[in-house]
Design a protein around this ligand. Structure first.
Ligand code: ATP
Ligand SMILES: O=C(O)[C@@H](O)C(=O)CO
Length: 434
């Protein structure tokens, strides 16, 4: 059996699902493996294998160690190329982790390796021009990402941003060079000038297709024809989808993958995201809801959790749900809680509670369909459920697919990035559940 065409190291769980969905949307197959896999984890046949880590805001040494372990595992499973998945809004701090992880992966790939990538993902409204990242029609630094609680993005010039995270040369492949008569020559000149990391402009899927052709349409991994050595691919879902579009269909591993099926069961939403779009989705949800309160959970974890689960059981009554369990709150309320508990403690308490509620609802309340809002929250829930390998199923919205465990608990999960999905997602998502 041949390995996946693409082995992806993703820095968060919802980002991994987003990329897997983009690959599936391109007609190819993807699986998501939660956490750095041990040597005994089996990888089903697939075109793209995505390892979902929780490293976006981790200390750089831990992010590097886990990313290297994931990349080594992917290479040991025959991955033809390695792809570093980061956020389409380049969420990171000046200490890393995008730069340190990219440097470590370059060293793993071998002498002369360079990284080539872009966060541009037109379907999510992310474009890069002259090295500047746009969110819709705003510069990154003028978007709501400026106020992100953990990774505020105040500089839209990604060459500068990445330059602060690595001692190695960072350069731009400008749009005019990518779409000009000799993009390969332009890339070779950039690398010849000393760059080890190249960020490419892209405005449309056509631009991403051109970039995918340039970096070898997925053949650019350990042995690929880079502009001087192997290529580490990088970016968000956009470039991964372009690579997938370029793969020949004959013999695609997707043909061997069965469509995932959920086992049915009650529907539960667990929301820990406080992003603008999630707050709209929470506000628009018409069904019953149970609040998770960080202060109560911090004071009496067991009691507050039992109370929440009791309220959840009552909210279900004899019905199938969906019921919403949520700590989502507006920025003022979040700040108030953080001032009382500290940022880290508030997050820790709520993430642990989200995971416990989800796990006990699956175990004791017959929940079989679970929508989770928020990347960190999703990571906590996935860990509490003991999810291992997930197959990607139908999407409820771009970037938010239903996922079904290959082995493990009989629960279909939809792990949603904070800003993804339409305002009525909490009502409409169930129609797409396989
Ligand atoms: N009421 C609250 N007060 C303080 N912190 C909260 C509150 N509700 C949730 N949180 C914490 O805020 C964080 C939200 O991060 P999470 O990654 O889950 O959502 P997000 O940032 O919207 O998602 P994404 O990273 O996918 O965009 C979590 O750590 C969560 O526990
Ligand atoms: O790239 C994106 O925007 C998402 O996949 C993500 O990583 C959000 O956390």
């Amino acid at each position: 059996m041949t390995g996946p065409r693409l082995g992806v190291v993703a820095d968060d769980v919802t980002g991994a699902c987003d990329l897997a969905d983009a690959v599936r949307d391109a007609g190819r197959s993807a699986v998501v493996v939660l956490g750095a896999p041990g040597p005994d984890v089996d990888l089903p046949p697939c075109d793209a294998a995505v390892v979902a880590l929780r490293t976006r805001t981790a200390p750089a040494p831990r992010a590097v160690a886990e990313s290297l372990a994931a990349a080594r595992w992917l290479l040991s499973r025959g991955a033809a190329a390695i792809y570093q998945k980061y956020c389409s809004t380049f969420d990171s701090t000046d200490e890393g982790t995008i730069g340190p992880v990219a440097d470590a992966l370059l060293d793993l790939l071998g002498t002369g390796a360079v990284s080539v990538g872009t966060p541009a993902t037109p379907r999510a409204g992310r474009t890069q021009y002259q090295g500047h990242l746009f969110v819709g029609d705003r510069l990154l630094s003028e978007s709501s990402l400026r106020h992100h609680p953990l990774t505020p993005m105040t500089d839209p010039d990604l060459v500068r941003v990445l330059g602060r995270q690595t001692p190695r040369g960072v350069a731009l492949l400008p749009w005019a060079a990518l779409r000009g008569p000799d993009p390969a020559g332009a890339l070779a000149r950039v690398v010849g000038g000393g760059a080890r990391h190249v960020l490419a402009d892209a405005l449309t899927d056509d631009d991403l297709d051109a970039l995918a052709r340039l970096v070898g349409a997925g053949a650019g991994g350990r042995s690929g024809p880079g502009p001087g050595g192997p290529v580490l691919l990088g970016g968000a879902a956009g470039l991964a989808a372009a690579l997938a579009r370029a793969w020949p269909r004959a013999g695609a591993a997707g043909d061997e993958v069965r469509a995932p099926r959920s086992a049915g069961g009650r529907a539960l939403i667990v929301s820990g995201s406080c992003s603008g779009r999630t707050l709209e989705q929470v506000a628009r949800f018409p069904g019953p809801r149970v609040a998770l309160d960080a202060i109560a959970l911090a004071a009496d974890p067991g009691g507050a959790l039992d109370a929440a689960l009791g309220a959840l059981a009552s909210a279900f009554g004899d019905g199938p749900g969906p019921v919403l369990v949520s700590s989502s709150a507006d920025p003022d309320a979040v700040r108030g809680t953080q001032e009382r508990l500290g940022v880290g403690r508030a997050a820790e308490v709520l993430e642990r509670a989200a995971g416990e509620v989800a796990a006990r609802a699956v175990r004791d309340l017959g929940v079989g369909r679970l929508l989770v809002a928020g990347g960190e929250t999703s990571g906590a829930v996935a860990a509490a459920l003991g999810l291992g390998v997930l197959q990607v199923g139908p999407a409820a919205a771009p970037g938010v697919p239903w996922m079904v465990p290959v082995d493990g608990p009989a629960v279909a999960v939809l792990l949603k990035s904070g800003n993804f999905g339409g305002p009525d997602l909490f009502t409409t998502a169930w129609e797409a559940c396989p």
